[in-house]
Ligand binder design. Structure first.
Ligand SMILES: Nc1nc2c(ncn2[C@@H]2O[C@H](COP(=O)(O)OP(=O)(O)OP(=O)(O)O)[C@@H](O)[C@H]2O)c(=O)[nH]1
Ligand SMILES: [Mg+2]
Length: 525
């Protein structure tokens, strides 16, 4: 993959991280992208090597020794070097000027050493003096530098600050060198010993097979060998590209870490499809408990019955209907529209919304602690309740529109039959009254019934009219119940579809954005 492609991917990864609330790590990645594009845009094949280290270790002296003249002042007062000084091949000075301006290096000295044409050497201020601005200056400059020679002396080779730097820069180890200066103060054995100890410590800091030079800037020992090593870096451009690619890679890893994915590996979802489906199911159940389709079905049944009684009711049924209407009972128990409209009174939406919240919180639990809060915020969990509320209002409205309590052509027929039955009943009652008044003087016809034998006709008419009326009442009631249940089922199906849709759209949309961002970041490689 070319550097450009790598940087484009990193920029996309940073955009994805920003969209899910990870502003800080996204901004850091953007800085890397911008810095790398700027660095790669400078012409020429020269890499920048900085001499870095604590005050007084001999960075300036080392540069002077390489130059064979005083390029950077060396004094007894500490710290000495306040501003970075560049030492570049004279014939590349003009070409390097924009790069030096970018590095904010104002002092440039030239040399005619052809073997060091491919490297611009910077003498930096110290990283450990009382002058804190030196440190911040170096901190700001180091990320823009292509390679570093860390200079230590027998006193400071073990400096903790240096090692802290090294640990953070371990990924750049291939572009780091180490110079143990002031070797003139050491015996041959001590040199070996210190150099070996330094190597050991560097390995411990994560720098495999470190390149260590032992020199004396004052006496010139090891300087030619060090110069030869610098000159042997054949591919300056390659070194720069490698450095920038490493920066990009590190920034990708940081993005990956922030969203809990390994770059290049398969990205496992934060919420399994099963857990997601189960959260949606629970949300629907919670919404159904509030919407109460069986309750609505009962209301519909009562309303249908009330209406049916007007046209198809028995005498008794009509009396009951009148009583219910007068006591207001009908308005309470046979008012499906009102019952639907007032769904909010039947409980909070917590039961519908909480399962979604719980699932999202559980999903975010798979993220590193530092990213949880901003990512959860970006998921917009608060929108779920509003979306479910809207969905239920819509369902209530649509269902109300369906609620025209249906009439049936059967009802007038049943009504007519009921009237006839009522008349038969009244006739039978009158007959009995007549019998009673006549004191048994009127002969009564009998009907031969199986198993019962002869039964008086008025009794047959009386009982028959009651039974037929009751059967007709039952048929009406069953019909009304069927209508109520059909509407209740339709309502339940609507609640199921609409709430599941609201949960997917509002509740899970944020999670989907997060998952998409994680896939983008995980695919950066
Ligand atoms: N004995 C000995 N002294 C050295 C050597 N190199 C440098 N010095 C002395 O160490 C002191 C510091 O040298 P500098 O080159 O100014 O050190 P520096 O790392 O540039 O220091 P700052 O600019 O303050 O960060 C000076 O007094 C040098 O003379 C060396 O190889 N041997
Ligand atoms: Mg100096």
């Amino acid at each position: 993959m070319t550097l450009d492609e790598r940087l484009d991917r990193l920029a996309r990864g940073a955009g994805a991280a920003r969209e899910i609330g990870l502003e800080e790590v996204a901004a850091e990645a953007d800085v890397v992208v911008r810095r790398a594009r700027e660095r790669a845009g400078f012409p020429g094949a020269t890499y920048v090597l900085a001499l870095a280290g604590g005050t007084g270790v001999g960075k300036s002296s080392l540069l002077n020794a390489l130059a064979g003249r005083t390029v950077s002042a060396v004094r007894a007062v500490r710290p000495t070097t306040d501003e970075p000084i560049a030492w570049v091949a004279e014939d590349r000075r003009d070409e390097l000027r924009p790069l030096m301006e970018w590095l904010e290096v104002r002092h440039i000295a030239g040399h005619a050493d052809a073997s060091l044409g491919g490297v611009a050497i910077l003498d930096l201020p110290d990283v450990d003096s009382v002058r804190t601005e030196h440190r911040s200056r170096v901190d700001a400059l180091l990320p823009r530098i292509d390679a570093v020679a860390w200079v230590v002396d027998p006193e400071k080779y073990d400096d903790e600050r240096l090692h802290a730097y090294l640990r953070s820069l371990a990924s750049h180890a291939p572009r780091m060198r180490f110079v143990l200066n002031k070797a003139d103060r050491l015996s041959g054995g001590q040199r070996e010993e210190l150099a070996a100890d330094l190597r050991r410590r560097l390995s411990a800091a994560g720098i495999e097979s470190p390149r260590v030079s032992v020199v004396s800037a004052a006496r010139g020992d090891g300087i030619d060998a060090f110069r030869a090593q610098l000159a042997s870096e054949a591919d300056a451009k390659g070194l720069v590209i490698d450095k920038l690619a490493t920066d990009a890679r590190q920034a990708s890893l940081a993005l990956g870490h922030a969203v809990g994915v390994d770059i290049g590996a398969t990205v496992l979802p934060l919420l399994s499809p099963e857990a997601r489906a189960s959260a949606t199911r629970s949300a629907v159940e919670g919404a159904l408990a509030v919407m109460d389709p069986p309750g609505v079905a009962r209301q519909v049944q009562a309303a249908v019955l009330a209406r049916a009684r007007h046209t198809g009711g028995s005498l008794l049924g009509r009396v009951v209907a009148l009583l219910l209407w007068m006591t207001g009972q009908q308005r309470r128990s046979a008012d499906p529209t009102g019952y639907l409209r007032d769904w909010r009174r039947r409980g909070s939406l917590g039961r519908a919304v909480n399962p979604v919240h719980v699932a999202l919180v559980e999903a975010s639990g798979r993220l590193p602690a530092g990213s949880r809060a901003p990512i959860l915020r970006s998921m917009g969990t608060d929108e779920t309740e509003a979306a479910v509320t809207q969905a239920l209002d819509r369902v209530a409205r649509d269902t109300t529109a369906d609620l025209r309590v249906p009439g049936s052509i059967l009802w007038p027929v049943i009504g007519a039959v009921q009237l006839v039955v009522g008349a038969v009943f009244a006739f039978a009652v009158a007959w009995y009254v007549t019998l009673f008044v006549s004191g048994g003087a009127v002969a009564v016809a009998t009907v031969e019934l199986p198993a019962l034998g002869p039964v008086p006709l008025p009794l047959v008419l009386l009982a028959g009219s009651i039974v037929v009326s009751a059967i007709l009442g039952l048929i009406l009631s069953a019909h009304a119940g069927w209508i109520g249940r059909r509407l209740g089922n339709r309502l339940a199906a609507r609640v199921g579809a609409e709430v599941a849709d609201a949960v997917e759209r509002a509740g899970m949309a944020g999670l989907d954005r997060v998952e998409a961002a994680r896939r983008t970041i995980g695919g950066m490689t």
